[in-house]
Design a protein around this ligand. Structure first.
Ligand code: GDP
Ligand code: MN
Length: 382
């Protein structure tokens, strides 16, 4: 689960990481009232879960009530890369001397935590990684050993953090690591971590991703879940218990098993298409589940063709085929569909599918030709 900046900052504050005092507003009048209690100048920050808010005009410094009102009106309702701004965080403005970057994340490949620090903060770190990779100091942290001051010192030295900011940054790194581990996060990122003109290290932005698998020991996360920014398609899919992840392509994907669903996404990419989603309907592939899956994909306006990729295992091909036939009777699909059915009793299954085949419901003999056909039927990308 991703947190909004203001929630991330509240999370940081629990671990003693310095953040600015502020409050949440949903109207310009509320923003003005908040600014007046906080004291001017303030900064108004659009709360959306997407980076680059500054560049998009979603972050403004305001020196008085009139400015707060005008900027709040402009930012609330703004569309920032597909995210509509509904909430505004108003905080005391900071005087920035330098902008740095700090994060802890999980490096699954290395089976370790990864700490990253850079003196080039305030810009997208992906950009720094491409243009000047040496500007990012990296250190793997053994989760059993933990993160100590020596490691923090090594990172700030290697990153070239200014002398006067080193002690403060080391302290923030220690607290950030505790927040990451004890707070059960998969990512904590501060960009920018600033050096204020009066010499303090201070978190000016917060990006926190919590590990949903740890929700059982964090009843307090309930409050975050209530405000979570969910993809409408994901909301619908999760309601009917599907393992669904929304993507930004145009080929709807249904597969059984997470591994096959991932391979299906890969194959679609390989033949020049882009998946609209990841969807694993699990082992059963009953008519009920298949119909739910088709309904979710059918309601996604960006889907231009559907690729059903099923490998019969314990569930035999004819059962799967019967499920598909029943589901197609229930859902009136709007786009062409390609079905690849293989595995146990695939032959019997394919025979059953003949009953529903048409110019828009097509069986394909293997995964790669099915993917090609699905991409072809989707037509040129708009
Ligand atoms: P992002 O663009 O979505 O990453 O939003 P950030 O919270 O990182 O803010 C973007 C930029 O706005 C920062 O890098 C700062 O340069 C600027 N900014 C944000 N807060 C303040 C502030 O309190 N004072 C000043 N002077 N600039 C700020
Ligand atoms: Mn930022």
């Amino acid at each position: 689960m991703d947190l909004f900046e203001y929630q991330g900052k509240q999370y940081f504050a629990r671990y003693g990481i310095p953040v600015s005092p502020g409050g949440l507003a949903v109207t310009p009048d509320e923003a003005v009232a908040l600014a007046e209690t906080i004291g001017f100048p303030v900064v108004l920050k659009a709360q959306v879960q997407v980076g680059g808010r500054g560049k998009a005009g979603g972050i403004k410094l305001a020196a008085n009530a009139e400015q707060v009102h005008a900027y709040a009106r402009a930012i609330l309702g703004m569309d920032i890369r597909g995210h509509i701004v509904r909430r505004l965080w108003v905080e005391r403005a900071s005087d920035i001397a330098r902008e740095y970057y700090a994060s802890f994340t999980l490096d699954r490949g290395a089976k370790a935590h990864l700490a990253m620090v850079s003196a080039k903060g305030g810009v997208e770190i992906e950009q720094v990684a491409i243009e000047d990779p040496d500007a990012i100091a990296r250190l793997h942290v053994d989760p059993f050993f933990g993160f100590d001051e020596g490691m923090a010192r090594q990172l700030v030295d290697e990153a070239g953090i200014d002398e006067e900011a080193k002690a403060g940054t080391i302290e923030v790194l220690g607290k950030l690591y505790r927040c990451f581990v004890e707070g059960d996060a998969d990512l904590v990122e501060v960009n920018p971590l600033i050096l204020t003109t009066d010499g303090r290290a201070h978190a000016l932005d917060a990006k926190v991703t919590l590990d949903d698998n740890a929700a059982f020991r964090h009843p307090e996360w309930e409050e975050f879940a209530g405000t979570a920014e969910l993809d409408e398609r994901e909301r619908r899919a999760h309601e009917v218990g599907l393992q669904y992840v929304g993507l930004d392509g145009f080929i709807g994907i249904i597969a059984n098993g997470a591994g096959l669903a991932m391979s299906t996404c890969d194959v679609v990419n390989q033949v020049g298409g882009r998946p609209a989603n990841f969807l694993d309907i699990g082992g059963g592939a009953s008519a009920e589940v298949m119909a739910n899956a088709l309904e979710v994909i059918n309601s996604d306006p960006s889907v231009r063709s559907i690729f059903v990729n099923i490998f019969g295992g314990i569930t035999r091909g004819e059962e799967v085929a019967n499920g598909i036939v029943t589901a197609l009777g229930r859902v009136d699909i709007k786009v062409p569909m390609v079905i690849r059915l293989d595995g146990t009793n695939a032959q019997q299954g394919r025979e059953i599918l003949r009953a529903v085949e048409s110019s828009t419901v097509i069986s394909a003999p293997d995964m790669i030709s099915a993917a090609r056909l699905a991409v072809e039927l989707a037509g040129e990308e708009k």
